[in-house]
Design a protein around this ligand. Structure first.
Ligand code: ASP
Length: 326
């Protein structure tokens, strides 16, 4: 009898908790939300995050604050969110690196498929091959010959193992069967500063970071990594036009820690969709060479599907390249 009463009391307590959690989710958000960007401020992922966060903030009626946690190719920031409280107030905006890190790192302190609740895809950003403006080669074919001839005398910047710039550089070096000297940064923002300053030779980086520098003549641009030319950089040839087999689009997603209440995820999904349909976001993205995904892709299901298929795709490529970090 005593046992039954205890069980009943426990049941009532659990039911009470359930009600409290539903009420909590209905009120959400009641305070500012932090979105961790796992790279430095001023870089391409940061640019996407700040544009989207501004509209999400208006939609949610609470501040959405960006926190830059650069280092280890995005894995430090992602690891921080994996262990954050799953109350909807700490989120992660990460890119393709979410799918490459499991193959690149021998010991990754989180599992991208089980430690997060996907909220939705955001956009896929083309990459561009750019160099300091006084770098010797002038065209893509000259660049490819120059890399083959000068190899490790060339410095190639990237945002750490697991970043998109490292991935693109790895594909480039594999395609040419030539190694360059790689220089890691905490994000492509500071890497770009050093390319403009002439301390580093080149990088492959997202158009969200390179477009304005290319248009201002601050860097020399050689190619874009999409099958078609871009309307915002119409003179830039595609990698395929130059005979280089290197095609990549850097997709981005928004995540919460695993176990976040489904009602909170649904609220964030709606705010993300509102942001991606916003005219300012759409036109700024267009200026930067990209388009937001459609509403049916800014969903947990679409991000889960992309993450799973990209983990499988990059596993084969990375294992074949033999690149690993500890
Ligand atoms: N997205 C960049 C990269 O992966 C890093 C950054 O956003 O700063 O290279």
């Amino acid at each position: 009898m005593k046992k039954t009463l205890t069980a009943l009391a426990a049941g009532a307590f659990v039911a009470g908790l359930g009600l409290a959690s539903t009420a909590f989710a209905q009120d959400y958000p009641t305070k500012p939300i932090t979105v961790v960007v796992p790279f430095s401020a001023g870089g391409p992922t940061d640019t996407v995050a700040r544009l989207v966060a501004e509209v999400m903030s208006a939609d949610l009626g609470q501040q959405v604050v960006i926190q830059n946690v650069g280092g280890a190719g995005g894995t430090l920031g992602a690891g921080q969110v994996a262990t954050a409280p799953n109350d909807g107030y700490t989120l992660l905006l990460h890119h393709i690196g979410m799918s490459t890190a499991p193959s690149l790192y021998r010991s990754l302190p989180y599992d991208p498929t089980t430690d997060f609740e996907p909220i939705g895809l955001i956009t896929s950003v083309p990459m561009t091959l750019v160099a300091r403006k006084d770098f010797e080669p002038s065209t893509l074919s000259e660049l490819l010959e120059y890399i083959k001839a000068n190899g490790e005398n060339i410095t190639y910047a990237h945002a750490g193992i697991g970043s998109a710039s490292q991935l693109c550089g790895m594909l480039l070096m594999n395609a040419l069967d030539t190694q360059m000297t790689t220089v890691p940064y905490q994000g492509a923002g500071p890497a770009m500063t050093d390319i403009i300053g002439g301390q580093i030779d080149m990088i492959c980086d997202q158009t969200t970071n390179t477009t304005s520098q290319i248009q201002a003549g601050e860097v020399k641009a050689y190619a874009v990594t999409t099958p078609d030319r871009l309307s915002n950089l119409p003179d830039l040839p595609t990698t395929a036009e130059g005979g280089l087999e290197l095609e990549i689009g850097v997709w981005h997603g928004l995540y919460a820690p695993a176990g976040t209440d489904a009602a909170i995820i649904a609220r964030l999904e709606a705010a993300l969709q509102a942001a991606l349909a916003n005219e300012t976001v759409v036109s700024r993205f267009a200026e930067l060479g990209t388009v937001p995904v459609s509403a049916d892709e800014a969903t947990p299901a679409a991000l889960t599907e992309t993450l799973t298929s990209q983990i499988a795709l990059w596993k084969g490529v990375i294992e074949a390249a033999g690149v690993f970090a500890e």
